[in-house]
Design a protein around this ligand. Structure first.
Ligand code: ZN
Length: 271
């Protein structure tokens, strides 16, 4: 049975995307799933768009940056001026046909034959672009999750939850899975770069799972490495990979393009 590379929030970061695709080649993965936000923030929207268009996509959903860039939404609710600037800049870099491709995918979709749903933001109202950070947000999502596994992105902060099939007295129904993030659940803790770059969660029968897989092109969990996941339905595992890439190169492209310096600085901080 096939393995799937799950990619999210590439955000026009070609340097980061290249490292992820190289890893996928090394892992001999030929099937891809996109959780959206291919463009926005960084300086290579066209390069990233063409690199991903050629991949063998099994399922794709749209992200809010993809939608705002393509639909010319001037309001862009929830966006700060820097994010708006980047969306408007992105729109100018792409043709109408390229912009249309960015929003040809639905808000939510499924990975066929894998009992899995994908969404950029949340399943309860994907078009409202809400965020999942804690067990309460996860509970809302699980109410609308009719498959065993759901993958989401959007916050750029990896987090995972499991919902038990049944609970005993005083037992919580939904737990966060610390093995998905190791130490970054604590905002005051230092990121431990000495831990392994592969984090694997086993999919147990009867449980439901929700994975935010983190961002390829603009991580915000204070770990600037690119994050993506591999779903192996036969082995019943989901593995998150964390990969270093040439951040200085991506930063130079941002500055050269005339995009705000803040977008370059945040890549190094993972913020
Ligand atoms: Zn995003």
């Amino acid at each position: 049975m096939a393995k799937y590379a799950i990619l999210s929030d590439i955000h026009a970061n070609g340097d980061a995307l290249d490292v992820v695709l190289e890893k996928c080649r090394e892992l001999e993965i030929q099937n891809f799933v996109s959780l959206g936000d291919i463009v926005g923030y960084n300086a290579e929207p066209r390069e990233c768009l063409y690199r991903v268009r050629d991949l063998n996509w099994i399922a794709m959903v749209r992200g809010n940056h993809d939608e705002y860039a393509a639909n010319g939404n001037t309001e862009m609710s929830g966006f700060n001026p820097v994010a708006k600037f980047a969306v408007n800049w992105t729109r100018e870099q792409l043709t109408d046909e390229e912009l249309a491709w960015l929003v040809h995918m639905p808000f939510r979709s499924t990975i066929p034959s894998c009992n899995s749903t994908i969404v950029h933001a949340t399943l309860d109202s994907p078009e409202n672009w809400g965020y999942i950070f804690d067990v309460h947000h996860a509970a809302d999502n699980f109410s609308y999750q009719f498959t065993q596994v759901c993958f989401c992105g959007h916050s750029h902060v990896p987090v995972a939850f499991a919902k038990k099939p049944i609970t005993k007295m005083n037992e919580r129904l939904i737990d966060e899975l610390p093995e998905w993030v190791y130490n970054s659940a604590d905002p005051d803790a230092n990121v431990d770069f000495t831990r392994p770059d592969e984090l694997t969660v086993e999919i147990k029968a009867g449980f439901k799972y929700l994975f935010n897989i983190g961002s390829i092109g603009q991580p915000r969990n204070r770990d600037p490495r690119s994050s993506f996941a591999v779903f192996d339905p036969a082995a019943r595992t989901v593995t998150r990979y964390r990969l270093p890439y040439d951040i200085a190169s991506a930063q130079n492209k941002i500055i050269d393009a005339g995009l705000p310096e803040r977008l370059a600085l945040r890549l190094a901080a993972g913020s």
